[in-house]
Design a protein around this ligand. Structure first.
Ligand code: FHN
Length: 442
């Protein structure tokens, strides 16, 4: 475009993707787990027998909830069934290759013994450091850990939504120091974590801190080279979030895909991205009365394939109960996804956008940087013929089932660069994968 570039002091630090090994690993994860856990898991979406319709982790903010009573929930926090190793096993079994864990959600309660506030797990009957237990357990399973951190903090006296008075501005200066201290503390206490997942950064008070946030980002990156930070952390000096005033992505990957998935490659503008998804429509923390449509295992597998086919990662949320146990419905979904992943993970891990036109039967993925293309098939047409349009000058050398290489196909060429693969039988009850070994003429 002919648009003039705006000179920015606190815009994006880079144009285009990161190319270092840590980020390349992140890009290849394919599937991740999100965990929302905190005091809100105790009421689990209900207060005094009354069910609230909004997201369970927001219950403190709903009308009629006494804030001080909510804030005292730390005195009831004693999750006797909490077992970080069991969580990590569930994640491993599902096939997750990274986890994002809520160290502090909007309610301000810290799951680590922060030195900078009394509102932590240390001042609960449980006492022990939950973040450490989670980091250690996932590290042990070889699952990378990203720490979720909400800047917005309903418990902190210096938090402001906007800065309108002198008093606000003095308070918020203290809040900024507090935020910085907590972040440096997290990175220092848990040096193996790969990144930070920011949230609660949309209010005017924080959006106005372009210079401060930019400096803090630089400080954190200096402390932990390779640290991954998404596009939700900071705004530029014009208040632009995610993308700066020149439309360039701020941070290492686009963090805007919450409960929605891009439909075409153009939607992601060549950036890294991940999609975070809930099982019900919009419940992150534990809600005892999950209602409305609950996504099935097959739907979640399809979302995973769709994300990977467009170069992103799919991250499924879990909301453990107040006692620390993962609810049965989530365990079952993890197992269902994991059973599928065991056979088909080759089409999900270390894969990228294939460069083939999307077809109605499902999704193409490509083993990153190779000629191996996967067809993840969800909808078998009545004809049993799967259409493939190859990019020009690309031949299909071999086509076979991923689960059974003996079961191969001879593609029927129906016109230039266009083929049918004729399925022999369509007895599949689960999505399946066909491997295409391709050859590009040079
Ligand atoms: O308000 C939060 C919400 O509770 C949840 O944590 C999600 C997860 O992406 N983030 C915020 C909404 O964008």
């Amino acid at each position: 475009s002919t648009k003039e570039k705006i000179a920015l002091l606190h815009g994006a630090h880079r144009v285009g993707k990161r190319t270092d090994a840590t980020m390349e690993k992140w890009r290849g994860y394919g599937l991740g787990q999100f965990i929302h856990w905190g005091l809100y898991a105790i009421p689990g979406g209900a207060w005094n027998g009354k069910q609230y319709n909004g997201a369970a982790e927001w219950i403190r903010s709903w009308d009629g909830i006494p804030k001080s009573t909510y804030d005292s929930l730390n005195y009831s926090f004693n999750p006797t069934a909490f077992d970080a190793k069991a969580w990590a096993k569930t994640a491993k079994q599902m096939g997750a290759r990274y986890v994002t864990f809520t160290t502090k959600h909007h309610d301000g309660f810290c799951l680590w013994p922060s030195k900078y506030t009394k509102y932590t797990v240390k001042n609960s009957p449980y006492k022990k450091d939950i973040v450490k237990a989670v980091v250690d357990a996932y590290d042990q399973e070889g699952i990378d850990v990203i720490l979720y951190f909400s800047v917005m903090d309903w418990n902190h006296p210096d938090w402001r939504y906007d800065i309108k008075t002198k008093e606000d501005s003095i308070a918020f200066e203290r809040f900024k120091k507090f935020t910085r201290n907590q972040l440096i503390e997290l990175l220092t206490n848990y040096p193996t974590v790969k990144g930070l997942w920011f949230d609660g950064t949309w209010d005017k008070s924080w959006v106005k801190q372009a210079a401060f946030a930019d400096e803090l980002e630089t400080e954190m990156r200096r402390l932990r080279p390779g640290l991954i930070i998404g596009s939700r952390f900071r705004a530029d000096e014009n208040g632009k979030r995610h993308f700066d005033s020149n439309g360039v992505l701020m941070g290492d990957y686009e963090q805007g895909w919450e409960r929605k998935i891009p439909s075409k490659i153009e939607d992601v503008h060549g950036n890294d991205w991940d999609c975070v998804m809930t099982v019900p429509e919009n419940q992150w923390g534990y809600n005892a009365a999950w209602n409305g449509h609950l996504k099935t295992g097959t739907e979640l597998i399809e979302m995973t394939a769709r994300c990977v086919s467009l170069g992103g990662n799919f991250v499924l949320n879990f909301g453990p109960k107040g006692d620390g146990a993962i609810r049965q419905e989530e365990i079952k979904l993890a197992e269902e996804i994991g059973d599928w992943m065991k056979v088909n993970q080759e089409a999900i891990y270390n894969c990228e956008y294939a460069g083939f036109d999307k077809q109605d039967w499902g999704y193409f993925t490509r083993k990153t940087g190779t000629d191996k293309v996967y067809m993840v098939v969800f909808n078998v047409p009545l004809s049993g013929a799967l259409r493939i349009k190859t990019p020009s000058k690309t031949a299909i050398k071999k086509a076979y089932m991923l689960a059974d290489a003996e079961e191969s196909f001879v593609p029927e060429e129906i016109s230039a660069d266009e083929y049918f693969l004729h399925l022999k039988k369509s007895t599949n009850s689960k999505p399946f994968v066909i491997v295409l070994e391709t050859l590009k003429a040079t």
